[in-house]
Ligand binder design. Structure first.
Ligand code: AMP
Ligand code: MN
Length: 322
């Protein structure tokens, strides 16, 4: 665990920062917040940001234009950060840079994270990686740009301060951020709530075609390749669909699948508290949190559903909910 982040970093000339594949709001906030913060601390350092390009609505964050999707760097980094990634494999194209750095630092909040890199700081009880960073960052180098990025990340991973991962510590962290002059509701409106027309169309279509089973305790929705191509959408457009499925009254677990290849699906799982979906996702090679987890699975939609259902059913039966 890290006590003093700046002491841990030392005095580097080159710093690399990355996050997980298909970066979500917390990941984007953590990576760009760290970029903004370290730019204030190490004014002469060469600081690079390696990430899959996030949605345009994050472009108001400082450093968005510095995002490098090539994942190429000729030398060795003095320090390299992996943020919001539950395991080394999830930083994918940055893995070599991370492992090759003189010092690699992992900061994350996934329960499934066993720790990786030279220094690992994992707080599974934290709402978000951005909450952890808010605590680790020194007030002296904070500014409105850092605050906006960290606020964005906390807002996204807590479903705008709503999910059970939102605790007293989250609000203490937020109190450090909201004293800076920025419009928080504009950030949540523009990056979290707003959807494009086509995103609303696929949300509607998925809800319409969803199936409720296991005595109403489970709901599943999916989008196949044909629909993905028809609407011209990608994984960024699916955010929030699983959460809408999850708020169906009576449901314990919501499943959303998107077809990523031949007989291959990206699976998102959400639990209302009685089922540990991190355990199920980990079993199938993924990971995440008790109430929000994901994995990639092979087979037809029904194969995947059957395999997941066995695990969900077992947990519900063990708890005598089913
Ligand atoms: P998602 O359903 O993609 O929003 O992901 C929910 C949570 O599960 C996030 O915290 C992800 O980091 C984690 N997660 C999703 N997919 C995977 C995966 N294939 N491997 C490990 N963790 C995952
Ligand atoms: Mn996160």
């Amino acid at each position: 665990m890290i006590n003093n982040l700046l002491e841990e970093i030392g005095n580097p000339k080159t710093i690399g920062i990355t996050g997980h594949v298909r970066p979500d709001g917390d990941c984007v906030g953590a990576v760009l917040g760290t970029y903004a913060y370290l730019s204030n601390v190490y004014k002469d350092a060469d600081i690079r940001v390696f990430l899959e390009m996030p949605a345009k609505h994050f472009s108001f964050l400082k450093g968005y234009d510095k995002i490098d999707e090539s994942f190429a760097y000729p030398g060795q980094f003095d320090v390299f950060f992996s943020l919001d990634s539950g395991d080394l494999g999830r930083i994918e194209k940055s893995e070599k840079l991370f492992l090759g750095a003189k010092k690699s630092i992992c900061i994350d909040h996934h329960v499934s994270n066993m720790g990786f890199g030279d220094v690992s700081h994992v707080e599974p009880d934290a709402s978000s990686t951005c909450e952890i960073l808010t605590r680790l960052f020194d007030d002296r180098y904070m500014d409105v740009e850092v605050a906006k990025a960290l606020y964005t990340g906390i807002a996204h991973d807590t479903g705008v301060f709503r999910y059970s991962c939102t605790g007293p510590e989250t609000f203490i962290a937020l109190s450090k951020l909201v004293k800076y002059d920025f419009d928080g509701s504009r950030i949540t409106d523009e990056t979290f709530y707003q959807k494009t027309y086509v995103q609303n169309q696929i949300l509607g279509r998925t809800l319409l075609e969803s199936i409720l089973f296991m005595d109403g305790k489970c709901i599943a929705g999916s989008i196949d390749r044909k629909a993905i191509e028809f609407y011209g959408v990608n994984s960024k457009d699916f955010e929030g669909i699983v959460n809408q499925l999850q708020v169906t009254r009576g449901v314990e677990v919501a499943i959303f699948m998107s077809e990523t290849g031949t007989l291959e699906h990206k699976v998102s799982l959400r639990s209302n508290g009685n089922v540990d979906v991190a355990e199920i996702a980990s079993y199938f090679g993924g990971g995440g949190h008790v109430r929000a987890a994901g994995c990639t699975m092979n087979g037809t939609f029904h194969d995947v559903l059957n395999n997941l259902s066995l695990h969900i059913e077992k947990q519900l039966k063990d708890k005598q909910i089913l």
